[in-house]
Write a protein that binds this ligand. Structure first.
Ligand SMILES: Nc1nc2c(c(=O)[nH]1)N[C@H]1C(S)=C(S)[C@@H](COP(=O)(O)OP(=O)(O)OC[C@H]3O[C@@H](n4cnc5c(=O)[nH]c(N)nc54)[C@H](O)[C@@H]3O)O[C@H]1N2
Ligand SMILES: Nc1nc2c(c(=O)[nH]1)N[C@H]1C(S)=C(S)[C@@H](COP(=O)(O)OP(=O)(O)OC[C@H]3O[C@@H](n4cnc5c(=O)[nH]c(N)nc54)[C@H](O)[C@@H]3O)O[C@H]1N2
Ligand code: SF4
Ligand SMILES: [Mo]
Length: 726
């Protein structure tokens, strides 16, 4: 007897007519997947596939990468520069010369009238590294404003700050391959399957081969939590208490790595003294994780041959964000889990090039992890750029989250926004709106003309997006990946690099650095500046980056390939070569639920959307899965607040209100709701965003709200519809 089909009928993929495949790198998240975009005979992008021999993604892509090629012709793109005298008047179309001349004139007027720092620049984690480097040169070496920062303050600032405090420098020490060596993985406030699907796939594949315990710390039952061996539903904002308590148990039971602590760290005694206040019973009352679980996790982690911690926004976006990162580093230092295969403190980065801006943009300092505060660093860069050393300030200026309030107080009069959309992404929308309206001059440089922030601009500069240009991104594991140019820019839009170079020509200064025309020439400059530094890239070239599907820094001149890990020799970036163990007393400073606002508000992301949806909101293949602003709400809470699944309800905080659809789910506990932040006029109308004292990053994930039923569901539907305008 025959089993199966007698006649084979193989699966056939629709032939989209791709005749040529072009290599590039995904421009959404920081995983750094290699993509090939398929072009048809007319040169139109029609398909995409993961690159099989790329170590990062090994042929796979997530839903965003698969449909990214549809971006080239998506709705709302900026076609030509736009100008107007006053906001809220209609724009008129303009040529590039007029738009650039007007912007340069306004920058110079504001600086002459109010001082150099009264003009501010806020950029992103989503342009090429060469563009960051060039913008840094323009901001620090030509325009000369110290109020220059990026949206990474909303995203990775706590990780940067924590790495610097512990190790003396920024730079994630681990890599994806660590999943293949680890014996225990602790994931804190990170939902890999939705936010970094291909890192998740790498982790899962490693775990299927060699089952290691996965412990997830998250107040929600995320998809990652559902796949974990242990889920610790922590009380919001108390991770530092849990981590201090894990250290308490490790030290109490003598599970620490004495040799490592002695050889490679300082300040152990002060650290140990503070940890004594966090015995598991005391800690359990604050962080909501019971005493036995704390002890158990501490033992599993410390006894593992190699253990690693990954984290994302559940840690960074907190009033204890920087401390949370330091606490993770403390845990890994006392157990000797830094710089060894499977032992790491690996911050999962957010945007495609949030690493590139940290390394090269000069936002918080000078290029190549140099600091404005160090005379030697100022001297080196001034000499290399051919400008006067004293043109640089001696310490960094404001963070993004301080720049907007400084507009409110009149300190800052002009702003240049590059690839960021604070009208939707910053806390307290009403306040941001008033702030932007107050500016004498706002220039928005974005790939999309319908980006909400553009409602408040005087000049709009249309930028090329993703593979409409060339350059590199650095991913989570310090891998520099190449974005080859696949398409010419849409309409008359221009690569950001070109825009920066043109602006540099128009600002008057006695001495100006040179501005190379191509991205590859800028990369060559960066290579020279990187020599001998932690992030040495002098052994890289565009061709080598394509051949090896990315290279991890450091990759020195003469090195055949990049380095997988940092600090393998236990030598850190502090002058004494040692890492610091830092005591972390916990201060409870969040807005907490009370009688009037009895629910925690938590916010984050879903797999199909990216941030403020300027991109994914336009692609049917993404938007169809989550078209509507909604909130996850526990069914018991819904009953208590008199709202029902599928109904619109009003979300109210001390800042404002928003209309969202109720989605009843056990994913969230009784005292919490979770809202994806992708929609305009939604969660950030109500969020608070208290700032971390070290990193100035907003605590997007904790504030207090209540939910009210809405009688007129039709009117609510109209408001809800407006929030998903596209
Ligand atoms: N699909 C998609 N992927 C993305 C992005 C996107 O917009 N869409 N954005 C990219 C960017 S820039 C970033 S920064 C990353 C973000 O990636 P993630 O940080 O993984 O995503 P989030 O959903 O913001 O938050 C993660 C989790 O933090 C939890 N959390 C909230 N409060 C706490 C707390 O107090 N403690 C702990 N331990 N956890 C808490 C939330 O419940 C949530 O499940 O994703 C990147 N990838
Ligand atoms: N409530 C809440 N709010 C949050 C968060 C949260 O978890 N909860 N997360 C925060 C985090 S982690 C982040 S990273 C921020 C993100 O916040 P934003 O940076 O404001 O969000 P994006 O939508 O990514 O904005 C990027 C803009 O760059 C444009 N763009 C894309 N590519 C290019 C390019 O090559 N050139 C130019 N010029 N423009 C380009 C896009 O069209 C888009 O308008 O949001 C933060 N806001
Ligand atoms: S995992 Fe991130 S980098 Fe990879 S395809 Fe998806 S969005 Fe792009
Ligand atoms: Mo982010």
């Amino acid at each position: 007897m025959l089993f199966g089909r007698s006649k084979k009928n193989p699966v056939k993929l629709a032939d989209k007519g791709a005749v040529e495949w072009k290599y590039t790198t995904c421009g959404y998240c920081s995983t750094g997947c290699s993509i090939e975009v398929g072009l048809n005979k007319d040169g139109k992008a029609v398909s995409a596939r993961g690159v099989g021999d790329a170590d990062v993604n090994r042929g796979k892509l997530c839903i965003k990468g698969i449909f990214e090629y549809e971006l080239f012709e998506s709705g709302g793109r900026g076609r030509v520069p736009l100008l107007r005298e006053r906001i809220h008047e209609p724009f008129r179309e303009a040529g590039w010369d007029e738009a650039l001349d007007r912007t340069a004139a306004e920058i110079q007027r504001i600086q002459a009238q109010y001082g150099r720092d009264a003009f501010s620049i806020v950029s992103t984690g989503q342009i090429m590294t060469e563009e960051f480097y060039t913008l840094g040169k323009l901001a620090r070496g030509v325009i000369g404003t110290n109020n220059y920062d990026g949206n990474t303050t909303l995203c990775m600032a706590s990780a940067v700050s924590g790495y610097k405090r512990s190790f003396g420098s920024d730079g994630p020490p681990g890599c994806y391959e660590d999943f293949e060596h680890t014996d225990c993985l602790l994931a804190i406030g990170s939902n890999l399957p939705e936010q970094h699907p291909i890192i998740y796939w790498r982790m899962r594949e490693a775990r299927e081969k060699r089952h290691f315990p996965l412990i997830v710390v998250d107040p929600r039952v995320t998809m990652l939590a559902q796949n974990a061996d242990m889920h610790l539903p922590i009380s919001p904002g108390t991770d530092v208490v849990l981590l201090n308590s894990l250290a308490y148990v490790i030290l109490e039971e003598g599970l620490q790595d004495e040799d490592y602590i002695r050889a490679h760290t300082t300040d152990f005694d002060a650290f140990k003294a503070t940890v004594q206040d966090y015995d598991p019973l005391t800690a359990s009352k604050i962080c909501g994780i019971d005493e036995d679980t704390i002890r158990n996790v501490a033992r599993v982690y410390a006894r593992a041959n190699a253990a690693m911690t990954i984290w994302t926004m559940g840690i960074n976006q907190s009033t204890h964000g920087s401390d949370g990162v330091v606490a993770i580093n403390n845990l890994n230092l006392i157990t000797g889990n830094i710089g060894k295969p499977g032992g790491s403190s690996l911050s999962i980065t957010g945007q495609c090039n949030a690493m590139g801006t940290r390394e090269w943009s000069s936002c918080s300092g000078l290029p190549g992890y140099r600091a404005l505060e160090k005379a030697q660093d100022r001297k080196e860069v001034a000499e290399f750029w051919g400008i006067d050393e004293d043109f640089f300030p001696e310490k960094r200026g404001m963070f993004m989250t301080d720049i907007l309030p400084a507009i409110e107080t009149g300190q800052i009069k002009g702003l240049w926004l590059i690839a960021t959309n604070p009208m939707t992404s910053m806390p307290n929308t009403a306040r941001i709106r008033k702030t932007l309206e107050k500016l004498e001059f706002l220039v928005v440089q974005d790939a999309y003309a319908d980006v909400e922030t553009n409602e408040y601009s005087h000049v709009f500069l249309p930028a090329a997006v993703w593979a409409e240009k060339e350059g590199v991104f650095t991913n989570t594991e310090r891998r520099v990946n190449l974005i080859r140019n696949v398409m010419p820019p849409f309409g008359e839009s221009k690569p950001d690099l070109w825009i920066f170079n043109e602006m540099a020509k128009r600002i008057e200064r006695d001495k100006k650095p040179g501005f190379p025309e191509t991205a590859e020439q800028a990369f060559e400059e960066m290579k020279q500046l990187s020599k001998g530094r932690l992030l040495d890239i002098s052994g890289m070239s565009y061709d080598k980056l394509e051949q090896q599907r990315g290279l991890q820094w450091p990759c020195r001149d003469g090195d055949a390939t990049g380095a997988k890990r940092l600090y393998t020799d236990g030598v850190f970036q502090y002058p004494d070569g040692k890492a610091k163990l830092i005591p972390l007393p916990f201060v409870d400073n969040n807005e907490r639920p009370d009688d009037e606002y009895p629910l925690w508000l938590n916010s984050g992301r879903v797999v199909e959307h990216f941030h403020t949806r300027t991109r994914t909101g336009k692609l049917g293949n993404q938007n169809k899965f989550s078209p509507t602003p909604y909130m996850e709400m526990n069914p018991d809470a819904a009953a208590a607040f008199g709202v029902e699944h599928g109904q619109y309800a009003r979300l109210v905080s001390r800042r404002g209100d928003a209309v969202v659809m109720v989605q009843c789910t056990q994913r969230v506990p009784r005292d919490m709701i979770f809202v994806p932040f992708h929609y305009h006029e939604c969660v950030n109308r109500v969020s608070l965003g208290l700032l971390d004292p070290h990193s100035r990053q907003p605590a997007y994930k904790q504030c207090a709200v209540r939910v009210e039923p809405i009688e007129d569901q039709q009117a609510a539907a109209a408001i809800n519809l407006a929030a998903r305008a596209y």
